[in-house]
Design a binder for this molecule. Structure first.
Ligand SMILES: [Zn+2]
Length: 280
C-alpha cells in the first residue's frame, strides 16, 4: 500500500527530526509500560484463534442437516402422492358402487317395462352404465398398481432418511466432542490471563480490553513498522501501523519512541508499540 504523504516521516527533508529519533531510540526506556501487554496479547490471540475454530464447528453440521432435510422432503413428496392416489381410488370405488346401484335400478325398471321400445331404452342405458363402470374399474387397477410402485419408492426414501439421520447423529456427536475439547482449552487459556494482566497498568489494561473487544481479529496492539523507499531526492523512510498499514506521523512516532505515553493508531485505534531497535 502506498503511504499517505501527509502522514509519513520523510528522512531527507527532516534530517533534524531523524537525528532526534535516533536519540529517542537510545533513550527508549528498558521496560516500557507497553511491554507488559505483549505476553497478554499473545495469550489473547491464542484464545481468539481457539474461539474462531470453536465457532466454526456448528457450521460443519449444516451439510448433513441439509441432507436430512432433503431426504425428509423427498419422503413427504412421495407420501403426498400416495395419499392423492388413494383418495382417487376411494372416489372411483364409490363411483363403481353408484353404477352398481344404478344398473340394479335400471334392471328392475327394464323388467317392469310394458312396451318393447321402452324395454330397449332401459337395456341401452344399462349397457352404457356397464361400459362406464368398466372404464372406471380399469382405471382403478392402474391406480392400485401406481400405489404399489409408490409404496416401494416410499420404503427406499424411509431408508434414505434413516441413514441421513444416522450420519447426522454421528457427526453431531463428533462435533460436540470437538467443541467440548476446545471449550476446555479456552477455559484453561483464560485461566492464565490473570497472571498476565496483573503486571499491566490498570488504565492501559482497560483500553486494551476495550480495543480487543471491538476487533474481530483478536489484535488490540500493533507494532510500528519502518520501511525505506527510494525517491527522486534519495532514500525516504516511512513508518506505519502494521495493524492497518496506515502511516504514522513523525510527531506520533516521537511520542512512541519516548515510551512514556501510550499511543493509539489514529486509523484502527490499536495500541502502538515500537519494536526493539535493531542492534548494529
Ligand atoms: Zn492502525
Amino acid at each position: 500500500m502506498a503511504p499517505d504523504p501527509g502522514l509519513v516521516y520523510h528522512g531527507a527533508p527532516e534530517r533534524g527530526l531523524k537525528m532526534g529519533l535516533a536519540i529517542a531510540e537510545k533513550r527508549m526506556p528498558p521496560t516500557r509500560k507497553i511491554d507488559a501487554l505483549l505476553p497478554l496479547q499473545e495469550l489473547d490471540l491464542a484464545i481468539h484463534r481457539l474461539r474462531v475454530r470453536r465457532d466454526e464447528l456448528p457450521r460443519k453440521l449444516a451439510g448433513v442437516e441439509e441432507k436430512v432435510a432433503r431426504a425428509k422432503t423427498s419422503l413427504d413428496a412421495v407420501a403426498a402422492e400416495i395419499k392423492a392416489l388413494k383418495l382417487e381410488a376411494a372416489k372411483r370405488e364409490s363411483s363403481v358402487k353408484e353404477f352398481d346401484d344404478r344398473i340394479l335400478k335400471l334392471t328392475v325398471q327394464a323388467n317392469q317395462a310394458r312396451k318393447n321400445d321402452e324395454y330397449q331404452v332401459f337395456l341401452k342405458e344399462i349397457s352404457g352404465a356397464k361400459a362406464e363402470k368398466s372404464r372406471i374399474e380399469d382405471g382403478q387397477l392402474d391406480l392400485l398398481y401406481q400405489v404399489d410402485e409408490k409404496a416401494k419408492l416410499e420404503k427406499l426414501r424411509v431408508e434414505d432418511l434413516k441413514s441421513a439421520e444416522q450420519e447426522h447423529a454421528v457427526e453431531k456427536r463428533k462435533i460436540e466432542a470437538e467443541i467440548a475439547e476446545l471449550d476446555g482449552q479456552i477455559a484453561a487459556a483464560e485461566g492464565n490471563r490473570p497472571g498476565l494482566t496483573g503486571g499491566v497498568d490498570r488504565e492501559i489494561l482497560a483500553a486494551y480490553d476495550r480495543i480487543l473487544a471491538a476487533k474481530d481479529d483478536g489484535l488490540a496492539i500493533a507494532p510500528v513498522g519502518k520501511y525505506d523507499v527510494i525517491e527522486d531526492e534519495g532514500k525516504a523512510t516511512y513508518w506505519q501501523c502494521e495493524g492497518c498499514n496506515v502511516g504514522i506521523t513523525s510527531q506520533d512516532l516521537n511520542v512512541l519512541l519516548l515510551g512514556k505515553d501510550v499511543l493509539c493508531c489514529r486509523n484502527c485505534s490499536r495500541i502502538l508499540y515500537a519494536k526493539a531497535p535493531e542492534k548494529k
